[in-house]
Design a protein around this ligand. Structure first.
Ligand code: NAD
Length: 500
């Protein structure tokens, strides 16, 4: 059965009217099981008008009442965790426990947003001059928008709309057209939690909807997450239209393995961080950089059998599956083509997952884990973000060469070093030009009360996602200077006062 998905505007599910749809697949079988409507510019405009009308009433709620809506939303997330996770696994292909993690990492940001009244407290200076006081307050932007990727269909929408709504904004969410169910369910749950209708609207779509959001003068802020070329495009077009824009892009995360690293722990860490979620994570480790040939040989010897024995299957096969299929056939073909190019360009494919197939799921987008050794920086597999279950090993002769690789890479999302030496780790932390750094932690994703964001081509704009930065991004500062009659001096003043 094929589900026709909707938009959610003004608190109601509305059918798409553009006549354009994109297919939603079951990645495990390749079958189409849904149609996602692709909004026209007129449909986007309608949603923005609804949001604009609803925003002042929401902003006028006292802050604690807004926080209570978020509190109730958190309760509903716990209630519906498994329903959401099932919808994510069905459309994305990730395992059920991993889909629960997707919800959990969004839920934690919703929890942090319960403290919004505290986070929005302004600054106050009394007696800046006789009888004169000054204070700064943070006010909502008005209508904000979020444009989100396929790989975390619950977590990233929540990273966007939870802080934006908590600050008193209305919100337009344009989720990925690949897995539309979870974002729609989240919006329904926000309304069930007490959010007035029209404050959070979900508009499904593609470039047409994105462009309509970027050009609309009633949208004041846009938060984007996706691939680097689109991130750059969204940032350029949105800022040219006078908006506040933050865009988080792609990645090529390097993990440096020092000769003194505990090899057992290192291999455990690498296998989960490179192959979990079929490598479809912006914080996945994509490049292992062992220092010295002896370290590299030990690493590959231990890692190869683990990669060969990864358990790959549909989410319905049980919670001990390591990873599932890639999201679409197009993603599979692209990644397989990259693996072929790696072999052609002379890397050694220590584990070849290209022949993997699963009885009963021959139409699914399953690619077995691939492990490359002797990768060099001129190869496509090194230069491109693969976003699949493929780990590249680049052998470095020295620590300096290893650090240089990560420093020179165009991306700067995440990185890690595995070592037992504190001095080396400290030097790495200080010098590396990457936004999120792990020491013996392969996927250093910051918790909700810290901020998440990369450097270099992984991030356009300033301020990070969630943590205190989100409350700065989704508000504007207003600074007020107050003088009461007792402080008012006689006469007029025509020039700025100077020190006497
Ligand atoms: P994508 O760039 O294809 O799509 C992201 C969003 O942009 C979607 O909503 C999509 O509909 C829209 N879009 C796609 N093409 C567009 C176009 N031509 N014009 C305007 N909008 C367009 O990314 P994806 O494949 O959904 O997600 C995977 C990418 O996201 C990877 O590169 C990954 O590294 C990145 N990612 C980054 C982070 C981070 O925080 N840095 C987090 C998760 C994912």
């Amino acid at each position: 059965m094929t589900t026709e998905h909707t938009h959610l505007i003004g608190g109601k599910h509305v059918k798409g009217t553009s006549g354009r749809f994109s297919d939603v697949f079951n990645p495990a079988t390749g079958e189409v099981h849904g149609k996602c409507p692709l909004a026209s510019a007129e449909e986007v405009r309608h949603a923005i008008e609804v949001a604009k009308a609803a925003q002042p009433g929401w902003a006028a709620f006292n802050q604690q009442r807004r926080a209570r809506v978020m509190m109730e939303f958190v309760r509903l997330l716990h209630r519906d965790m498994d329903k959401l996770a099932e919808a994510i696994s069905r459309e994305h292909g990730k395992t059920f426990p991993d889909a629960q993690g997707d919800v959990q990492r969004g839920l934690e940001v919703a929890e942090f947003c319960i403290a919004t009244p505290h986070l929005l407290k302004g600054e106050y200076s009394d007696s800046v001059s006789p009888g004169m006081d000054m204070f700064s307050m943070r006010q909502p932007i008005g209508v904000a928008a979020g444009i989100t990727p396929f790989n975390f269909p619950a977590m990233i929408p929540m990273w966007k709309f939870c802080p934006a709504l908590s600050c008193g904004n209305a919100f337009i969410l344009k989720p990925s057209e690949r897995d539309p169910s979870a974002p729609l369910m989240l919006a329904e749950m926000m309304i069930e939690a007490g959010l007035p209708e029209g404050v959070l609207n979900v508009v499904n779509g593609d470039k047409v909807a994105v462009d309509a959001i970027l050009d609309d003068t009633d949208i004041g802020a846009v938060g984007f997450v996706g691939s680097t070329p689109i991130a750059h495009y969204v940032y350029s077009r949105g800022t040219a239209a006078g908006k506040r824009v933050q865009c988080f892009g792609g990645a090529k995360n390097h993990m440096i393995v020092m000769p003194d690293a505990d090899m057992g722990q290192t291999v455990d860490a690498l296998i989960g961080s490179a192959y979990g979620a079929a490598g479809e994570r912006c914080m996945a480790v994509a490049v292992a950089v062992p220092v010295g040939d002896d370290t590299a040989d030990r690493l590959i010897d231990k890692l190869a059998p683990r990669v060969e024995n990864l358990k790959i299957g549909p989410y319905t096969a049980g919670n001990d599956v390591d990873f599932g299929p890639l999201v679409t056939r197009a993603a599979y073909d692209r990644i397989r083509g990259l693996v072929d190019s790696g072999v052609e360009q002379g890397a050694r494919l220590a584990v070849d997952g290209r022949g993997f197939s699963l009885q009963g799921y021959e139409g699914g987008n399953f690619l077995g884990g691939c492990l490359f050794d002797h990768v060099t920086t001129d190869m496509e597999i090194y230069k491109e973000e693969i976003f699949g279950p493929v780990l590249c090993t680049v052998r470095a002769k020295t620590y300096e060469e290893a650090v240089g690789l990560a420093v020179d890479n165009e991306y700067g999302n995440g990185t890690a070093i595995f070592t037992r030496d504190g001095d080396t780790a400290r030097d790495f932390i200080t010098r590396i030009n990457v936004g999120m750094v792990g020491v013996n932690v392969p996927i250093p994703v910051p918790l909700a009360y810290h901020t998440f964001g990369g450097w270099k081509a992984s991030h356009f704009g300033d301020l990070n996602q969630h943590g205190p930065d989100a409350f700065r991004f989704y508000t504007r500062t207003k600074t007020v200077t107050v003088r009461w009659p007792s402080g008012v001096k006689e006469g007029s003043q025509f020039s700025f006062p100077v020190m006497e």
